[in-house]
Each structure stands twice: as structure tokens, then as C-alpha cells.
Ligand binder design. Structure first.
Ligand SMILES: Cc1cn([C@H]2C[C@H](O)[C@@H](COP(=O)(O)OP(=O)(O)OP(=O)(O)O)O2)c(=O)[nH]c1=O
Length: 213
């Protein structure tokens, strides 16, 4: 289920003031690029490389928010431009009973993750952060995903497709990984890396013009 999104405000580092608003996406994720382009937005890409390590016990929703804020802040600090800028950053993770499944290190690690997810429900959390000269606006969205019970042959088949390594939880719901999913409750785009409705809210709050949907 899509639980209520939390909208928090954090002190933002002032950027140089001005009139035009430029959208900067702090992400190298092709899914995020596509989803934003699908909203008819133009943006510049400035990927942010940050420490994404998770300390056992840290709340998964607080974790994704922290990492997304770090990504936005890292890029905002690099920018030096006259005019308004909105830096958009996001972080997605898979939460299985409060244990974080990030991107797998290799195929053996991916297999372990898929075995753990098999036949069970888990949560996918994405934090979206909009960072402007005035403030940072953050929202965290959760989608519940239930996997089918997977046989060894199912997992062999999926790993053979080769799309799992750059994805949290070792699966991509939008492509062949969708065959592993029995049901989903909540925002599908949230699982892929950017919850569209909530992202539009964040962008508008940051002063970015998004055509009415
Ligand atoms: C569960 C799941 C995750 N994913 C992806 C979304 C994210 O790109 C990725 C999680 O990694 P992230 O660290 O959120 O993002 P990223 O490293 O790809 O990009 P950046 O940090 O530059 O923004 O997993 C899918 O594409 N489909 C899925 O079904």
C-alpha cells in the first residue's frame, strides 16, 4: 500500500539568486531520466556519488531520505550559476522486514536476495528531494510488493536475463523482473525510482513549472 508521504523541510544551502529556474537531476539512473522526460520536463544531469551505506537498525525510510538529501546537497554545492536552480535527487531501496536490500554485489548476492524475497511481501521506499536556494523539500513514498514463490529454475532464468545488478533488491519490476511479482500495492513508478505524482508535488513546491496532468 502507498503509505502517506511525509513532507519535511531541511535548511538549504543558499544558491546564487536570479529569475530563471533550471531543473538539475542529481542522478545517473536511466529510469529516472526516462520518467522525468515522460513528464515533458527538460533538465540537466549532474550525477551525485555519495556514501550509501546503511547502518543496521537505521529506519529504512529515514535511510532513503538521508541518502537522497546527501545526493541533492552534493550537487547543489557544486553548482555556481546565476538564477534559480532546483536540484532533484532520489534514492530507492528494498526493505524486507527492516533489512535493506541494496544493489547486489554480484550474481551470488543477487540470488540470495531473490531467494529471500521469494513468496513474500516487501516494501520499496523512494525518497525524493527538491533542493533550492531557500529550502530542501523531502518526501518518502512506500509501495508494497509481493513476490511469487520462485523455484531455483525461475531464479536461474531471471539472472540469465542480466538486468539485476544495477537495481535495488536485484530485480526490475518494469521489465522481466515483473514476472517475479504477484501483486503490487501503491505507486508503480515509485518502485522504478521516482514516484511521479509526489515528484510533481515536490517540483511545484520548488517553483518548477510542470504542465497540468
Ligand atoms: C526494485 C527496483 C529498483 N530499481 C532501481 C531504481 C534505482 O535506479 C535503483 C536503486 O538505486 P539508487 O541508489 O536509488 O539509484 P541509482 O544508483 O540507480 O541512481 P542515482 O543514485 O544516480 O540516482 O534500483 C528499478 O529500476 N526497478 C525495480 O523494480
Amino acid at each position: 500500500m502507498h503509505r502517506s508521504a511525509r513532507l519535511g523541510r531541511h535548511p538549504g544551502r543558499p544558491l546564487t539568486g536570479g529569475s530563471s529556474t533550471e531543473l538539475v537531476l542529481a542522478s545517473q539512473s536511466p529510469r529516472r531520466h526516462e520518467l522525468l522526460r515522460g513528464l515533458g520536463l527538460t533538465f540537466r544531469v549532474e550525477p551525485a556519488d555519495v556514501d550509501e551505506s546503511w547502518e543496521r537498525g537505521e529506519d529504512p525510510r529515514a535511510y532513503v531520505e538521508r541518502v537522497a538529501i546527501d545526493k541533492a546537497e552534493k550537487v547543489a554545492h557544486l553548482l555556481d550559476r546565476d538564477g534559480g536552480i532546483c536540484v532533484l535527487a532520489a534514492d530507492t531501496t528494498v526493505d524486507l522486514d527492516d533489512d535493506i536490500l541494496a544493489k547486489p554485489d554480484d550474481d551470488a548476492h543477487a540470488r540470495q536476495m531473490l531467494e529471500a524475497l521469494s513468496g513474500r511481501a516487501h516494501q520499496v521506499h523512494t525518497a525524493v528531494v527538491g533542493w533550492t536556494a531557500r529550502e530542501a523539500i523531502a518526501t518518502v513514498v512506500t509501495t508494497d510488493v509481493t513476490f511469487r514463490t520462485l523455484t531455483d529454475a525461475d531464479i536461474d532464468w531471471y539472472l540469465g536475463i542480466g538486468e539485476h545488478l544495477d537495481k535495488a533488491g536485484a530485480y526490475g519490476m518494469q521489465t522481466a523482473g515483473g514476472a517475479l511479482v504477484e501483486r503490487i500495492d501503491g505507486s508503480p513508478s515509485n518502485v522504478i525510482g521516482l514516484p511521479l505524482a509526489e515528484t510533481i508535488d515536490v517540483l511545484r513546491a520548488c517553483g518548477v513549472t510542470v504542465a497540468r496532468v
